[in-house]
Design a protein. Structure first.
Length: 64
């Protein structure tokens, strides 16, 4: 969403306001639902629509 926002601005187009708002909402939902829901540091791979973890594995990048 942020890349799309920047790309539109680079083309002198006005991006819709919802792009930034939705990006912020997605970020906050990710922190709320996916960061350490089981007590282990890191973001779980995916959560369901209720914010409950589906795949609890974390990216190998989180271990670096």
């Amino acid at each position: 969403m942020l890349h799309l926002h920047a790309a539109l601005e680079a083309r002198s187009e006005t991006p819709p306001a919802w792009l930034l708002e939705d990006a912020k909402g997605l970020f906050h939902a990710t922190i709320r639902d996916a960061w350490a829901p089981d007590g282990a540091d890191g973001f779980v791979y995916s959560v369901d629509w209720d914010g409950k973890p589906i795949v609890r594995e974390r990216s190998a990048l989180a271990d670096r």
